[in-house]
Unconditional design. Sequence first.
Length: 418
Amino acid sequence: MDSMAKEHLETDWCPYKQVKILSLSLKYTFALACRLFMSITDPNHVSTFSDPFNLVKAGTVSVPINIPGTAYNRALKGGKVIRGKILALIKERKKELAENKGTVAHDLLTHTLLASDENGRALDEMTIAGNILGLLIGSHDTTSSAITSVLKYLAEFPHVYNLVLQEQIKIARSKGPKDLLNWDDIKKMKYSWNVACESMRLLSPAQGAFREVIHEFTYKGFTIPKGWKTFWTVHSTHKNPKYFPDPEKFDPSRFEGNGPAPYTFVPFGGGPRMCAGREYARLQILVYMHNVVTRFKWEKAIPNEKITYQLSSIPVHGLPTLSQTQRERYVIVRLCCSHSLVISKPLIGFVKKLSLSSRRNVSQSSTRNLCLCAKRPIEPNGLTSSQNHTPHDSPLSGMEEVLGSYVFGKKKATVVAH
């Protein structure tokens, strides 16, 4: 999961200054599910599943009229196509298992083929295909919505972003350059998960769920007969000041300690029929947060973008954002080896020109302006990991590259890029 998140950011974020978070998170979660469930890694192969899958999604909640041209009809056709593709994979995987090849993928499909029911019978192929299709649906929109909501609030609350970044940088520093995240790392992401939970409280990935009444009961003076279908909504508790004071305020500290009272925070439902994919979703969200905050800083391209409430809570325009890599965000100029100033990326080009005499105004979002006069270059120092070069308010201290040392006026300076 960690390696795929890195691949995703490299191909779908890094080349662009503006990205749409929702569409990218949808693409990522579907590709991840294809890889983990069926070991499909080729993007072209994934796309042969995604096109009919989108038809299934579009018809999930539609008028059940099965005539050509309706969303319901297209969804049935899309489901048939996907089941056919999964059945083909099943036959191929069964052949590999029969031949006892050592290269058989250890994915959900293989485990399902090797499983048996309480009577020792293996599941039939059509049941397996239907189950995997159901898991593809269940793991897609809701997790994508949650990731989008988290990134929306991180853009809106810089102090929360910085706290998440500090937590994730600490985890990143504890690992080797090629080490991937493990379960112990996930358990350390406590504040990050609090942020994710508060995001899901305000913008729940699912609005609620249907239930059938098995015993007649009374609720607020209304009698609900046995056999009726009911729909419970998350907002009955998520936005209730009785359980969450000042409910419209974004406050991750609500989830510190023991957190909210039982059955008040229910983005995954509750009780014996709680979402079976809760931990899978948690892993997806936290791994994505780790990778995206340690590599990027972003701001909303549409500050007051509205939210639409469909099956999930999603931004109307897909949350377009303007992003910068962390390397672009920070350049440190260390003057006289005594203190540091954070200035913006444009100075890097200015320094790399190694002008013998030039003057350039450099500004930053914090409105700090710095005018420096480069008199003569000094040989570059190479690489360093010293924390002394980084101001105390930078969450990236210890992760820097020295671009070169220069004399600015009468002062020697080291230019460091994160």
